[in-house]
Ligand binder design. Structure first.
Ligand code: IDP
Ligand code: MG
Length: 151
């Protein structure tokens, strides 16, 4: 059993379009454990930290307004190789290059409306989880199905 964690956020378009239950279902079905979940509005300072590596990109202002255009469903998932596996479930950043079967490949067309965020490394996952969640908002429990998911 791994305690690796990742930060997965359904962006405002994914919430407004009602795709979030399908996204939760895919992570749950794969075998990952939900340890944190909340519907939240992101402010500019949080987003500037979250996307610190993209501040100089020409699309940064539109990325900010996209991410502030409505509620975000912020989640934390735990399990074996969850950071890398989570990125695989998401698909490529550009939905036109995301394989069918992935979340972006199945539900999005534009890079600026790609419905979901997922941490890209274990280190960034830890940073993002601490940025979006307080410690007491994360649940520590053992799912009853663990024996059916892990050998
Ligand atoms: P990622 O979300 O797959 O990790 P990043 O390169 O970290 O991709 O970019 C963060 C987000 O910024 C993307 O998910 C997408 O919404 C947006 N973005 C990235 N590149 C572009 C672009 O060229 N045009 C418009 N939006 C972009
Ligand atoms: Mg990224």
């Amino acid at each position: 059993m791994s305690t690796e964690r990742t930060f997965i956020a359904v962006k405002p378009d994914g919430v407004q379009r009602g795709i979030f239950p399908e996204i939760l279902r895919r992570f749950q079905n794969k075998g990952f454990k939900l340890v944190g979940i909340k519907l939240t509005l992101a402010n500019e300072s949080l987003l500037r930290e979250h996307y610190a590596d993209l501040q100089s990109k020409p699309f940064f202002p539109s990325l900010l307004s996209y991410m502030m255009s409505g509620p975000i469903l912020a989640t934390v998932w735990e399990g074996k190789d969850v950071v890398k596996q989570g990125r695989a479930l998401l698909g490529a950043t550009n939905p036109l290059q995301s394989a069918p079967g992935t979340i972006r490949g199945d539900f999005a067309l534009d890079m600026g409306r790609n419905i979901i965020h997922g941490s890209d490394s274990v280190e960034n996952a830890e940073k993002e989880i601490n940025l979006w969640f307080k410690k007491e908002e994360l649940a520590d429990y053992k799912p009853t199905m663990y024996g059916w998911i892990y050998e």
